[in-house]
Design a protein around this ligand. Structure first.
Ligand code: GDP
Ligand code: IMO
Ligand code: MG
Length: 427
């Protein structure tokens, strides 16, 4: 079987969009399997930047079918906005299909995310406020509304009524917010039905048929391992599984279908929102890194927290995902440093460890143990072969490879689709 997976190996924003866009031209299908419009995936082609939130990053290539899978939470208003924006730019989304099992992310989920974050004060998670947590919570408490529920107006009305009875009670009584009006929402969703229902498919069936026919299918992860609901820095995580295992669950395919599992690693670290970040640079060096790397959220515009590469974090992604390959991005941003610290482990009150403690109380005490690698000064954005890279840059790549025990198959040297060094073919 020929399933290829692209996942984030740190805290998100590693450059998954670029890698998916690059590989997208060689596959028959690109599938999103988890998350929602909390994702912000940037694709740059010929200097033109497109940021995708719900749409798979293969969308610019009209030869591959793009699927929003069962495990994704779909805000239909955001979806239509994205489709309309692309249409204005000349890209039709006629090759887009949506799972009839995906959950609808409703306006009250967005409202609740906002209200809960506000009420949490200093304990806030720093979510994207796109309603992701509240929507997945409804899914697991089994009061969610799925895209297939839209097909029949009466079925949808019954589910919406039940949901609103609960949500309005919480919004008004717990948070002092304004209730949602049932009739108004029914009218809004009549328009949604008209546009969304024709795009619905039994995605799992279509994906599995494609895999059975040995067509190449690319699964596009959003977020990343450290934001995983089970293995991330809980509770400072998202509400889904952005891992290779998440592909099986969120797209309905067998683990046996996954051929290559590619982890995207940024050559340094960034994080958006709250939560531990051991190598964070809260100083002028961090500021400078943010400026050099253009590290501002693609979804919320928030400044991303910046720091040195944390290899225990990457190693956890290698293990949990069973990464077969690493795609290393943004190494060009590290050009110019005399030496580059790389975190190889943590010192926690005198004890050395290379794994991430479950308890954030313990993790908060971790001090990074750095290995200092020599830097390079040459502009590398034009390099297209590994040998063209300055030796110290090659050694930086090899150090990551050796620590992780995983091949760095692709080195990306600028945002553009074609700016890559391919060391081992990914597809
Ligand atoms: P994603 O969420 O993982 O898809 O990543 P984002 O799109 O949120 O953030 C990655 C940013 O880095 C985007 O602005 C990309 O255009 C940019 N990018 C990707 N690869 C490279 C690279 O190798 N070098 C540089 N300088 N920028 C890159
Ligand atoms: P891509 O796919 C970076 C972060 C938020 C917050 C936490 C929970 O572009 O890599 P949520 O809205 O999901 O409930 O927020 O997760 N977060 C991301 N950080 N990149 C992302 O996606 C993210 N999606 C969510 O900032 O800390
Ligand atoms: Mg992003």
């Amino acid at each position: 079987m020929s399933g290829y997976v692209v996942v984030g190996a740190q805290w998100g924003d590693e450059g998954k969009g670029k890698v998916v866009d690059l590989l997208g031209s060689r596959v028959s299908m690109v599938v999103r399997f988890q998350g929602g419009n909390n994702a912000g995936h940037t694709v740059v082609t010929g200097g033109k930047k497109t940021i995708l939130h719900l749409l798979p990053s293969g969308i610019l290539n009209e030869n591959a079918m793009c699927v929003i899978g069962p495990g994704v939470v779909v805000n239909p208003f955001v979806l239509f906005q994205e489709i309309d924006t692309l249409a204005r730019e000349g890209c039709s989304c006629s090759h887009l299909r949506i799972s009839d099992r995906a959950h609808l992310l409703m306006p009250y989920h967005v409202e609740l995310d906002e209200l809960m974050e506000k009420a949490a004060g200093d304990a806030k998670i720093g979510t994207t406020k796109n309603g992701i947590g509240p929507c997945y919570a409804d899914k697991y408490t089994r009061i969610g509304i799925r895209t297939c529920d839209l097909v029949n107006r009466e079925v949808f009305a019954e589910k919406l009524k039940m949901a609103l009875d609960i949500k309005n009670e919480i919004i008004t009584k717990v948070y002092g917010g304004k209730p949602f009006d049932f009739d108004e929402m029914m009218t809004q969703f009549d328009a949604v039905r008209e546009r969304l229902v024709p795009m619905l498919i039994d995605a799992t069936d279509i994906i599995n048929k494609a895999l059975k026919e040995d067509q190449l299918v690319l699964f596009e992860g959003a977020q990343a391992n450290m934001l995983d609901i089970n293995y991330g820095t809980y509770p400072y995580v998202t509400s889904s599984s952005p891992t290779a295992a998440g592909v099986c669950e969120g797209a309905g395919v067998s683990p046996k279908a996954l051929d290559r599992i590619i982890g995207v690693v940024k050559a340094y670290s960034t994080r958006v929102g709250e939560g531990p970040f051991i190598t964070e640079l809260n100083d002028a060096v961090g500021e400078d890194m943010r400026t050099r790397g253009g590290e501002y959220g693609a979804t919320t515009g928030r400044p991303r927290r910046c720091g040195w590469l944390d290899l225990p974090v990457v190693h956890q992604a290698v293990v949990i995902n069973g990464l077969t390959d690493i795609a290393l991005t943004k190494i060009d941003i590290l050009t110019g440093y005399d030496q580059i610290p790389v975190c190889v482990g943590y010192d926690i009150e005198g004890t050395y460890r290379e794994t991430i403690p479950a308890s954030l109380h313990e993790y908060a005490k971790a001090k990074p143990v750095y290995k200092y690698l020599p830097g390079w000064k040459e502009d590398i954005s034009g390099c297209r072969s590994f040998e063209e890279l300055p030796v110290n840059c090659q050694n930086y790549v090899k150090f990551i490879e050796e620590y992780c025990g995983t091949a760095v198959s692709l080195v990306s040297v600028s945002p553009d689709r074609d700016a890559n060094i391919i060391r081992r073919s990914l597809i």
